[in-house]
Ligand binder design. Sequence first.
Ligand code: NAD
Length: 462
Amino acid sequence: MSRDDASLRVTVIGAGYLGLTHAVCMAELGHQVLALDVDSEKLAKAAAGEAPFFEPGLESLLRKNLDSGGLRFTTSFAEAGGFGDAHFLCVGTPQAADGRADLSYVHSAAGALAPHLTADCLIVGKSTVPVGTARQVLGRVRAAAPAGNLVDLAWNPEFLREGLAVQDSLSPDRIVLGVTSSRAAELLRRVYAAPLAAGVPALVMDLETAELVKVAANAFLATKVSFINVMAEMCEAAGADVMQLAEALGHDERIGRRFLSPGLGFGGGCLPKDIRAFRATASALGVSSLASLLGTVDTINLDRRTRVIALAREAAGGDLAGKRVAVLGVAFKPNSDDIRDSPSLDICERLAAEGAAVSVHDPVALPNAARKRPDLRCAGSVSEAAERADVVLHLTEWSDYRAIDPGALARVVARPVLVDARCALDAGLWRAAGWHVLMPGRPSVPPGTPSLRVPDAAGYTR
Ligand code: NAD
């Protein structure tokens, strides 16, 4: 760990959604970057300038930094070990069968790197891990590395949002640095010199607190989503409107409007598995109140899928068997092709199990969905998906779907019935075009009734 110049030599181990974005952004910040993955097919794509997944803005930055020579790829741990001042661990931590985080990828990557660490360097964990993992990794690596105690370790959790990953990596809200030495903190300040100079706050803390910050942030966001979704249930029971409730709550600056969107709930490769892993950790450490809170949040979230299926059944006249259902959106969120724990894909499977003929559209996620569910009927356009449909389900709130002409779509379907599970479309516009619109947590209104007010993309009617 020497060198006075601003540019550092950085390796990124694991080049998935998190790691590839981090590698590209590290190169964009001026560092020499070597990214490693065990998936040689993924690396070959990335090395050819093709992002192996959809992420706005990533591919152009990938090409730019490949062209400048600032970013390279390898499958060799020996090459990575000899290269880096800092080694970022970005491998997956999926959910194990018992709900805990599967740490085998973290230990395998650190274990493969360690024998090649012959000089002082810093390993920096970015993967989301249960508290206590970092210290365990540090002990194992020091025992296996020729450089022994000259190897330092930090945990620098990542808060990027898929769909906004480049922006979040280059200009994060905050940089959390869990360290055991001032030397590690100093090196990380050099790694992040540009965002720090731009005013991004760095929060330096111990390893355990840094590990907990990430899962606590996800737990808070998940709780906020599940909170508004139980309010949606309450609104249905009381004949009230959850969108107007959410807006009125959101104007309170102590609460805020973000993550207060009622509907189908959260999914994806992070939030669900992170709250389950956190729940397991809380149980193991005897913090039963947290375990119980997270269990409830998870249950409320999964119940949303059942509620949307019930709305679809109601929209289809009480029985889905033999009905044609058009599904709009299969990615777990807009601006991503990620279908990991996608609520929409789960719903498609359950609709098919009830005998519905499901046709799915998504602007970018269909290839991933078809790989996972080869029996899925994928449509190349919204109108193709909706052809002769008895019900249209809006399950992922892509902006493309806000631009649909409901009048034109009404001419394609068998029955103009829409379930807007994300409460994100202009219901008044659809109703004016003759559609019957059902939304969780909102009163059912006859076709032809205009909306009192139409919320904008942020959920406000101002
Ligand atoms: P991912 O599955 O997209 O990527 C993981 C990558 O690690 C894969 O490319 C895989 O081939 C590679 N890998 C597995 N074992 C390896 C090994 N031994 N050596 C080298 N590479 C190996 O997962 P992801 O979404 O990028 O998530 C990675 C971590 O980041 C997880 O802990 C996740 O919770 C966390 N995270 C993800 C996001 C996100 O938005 N995706 C955001 C914040 C944090």
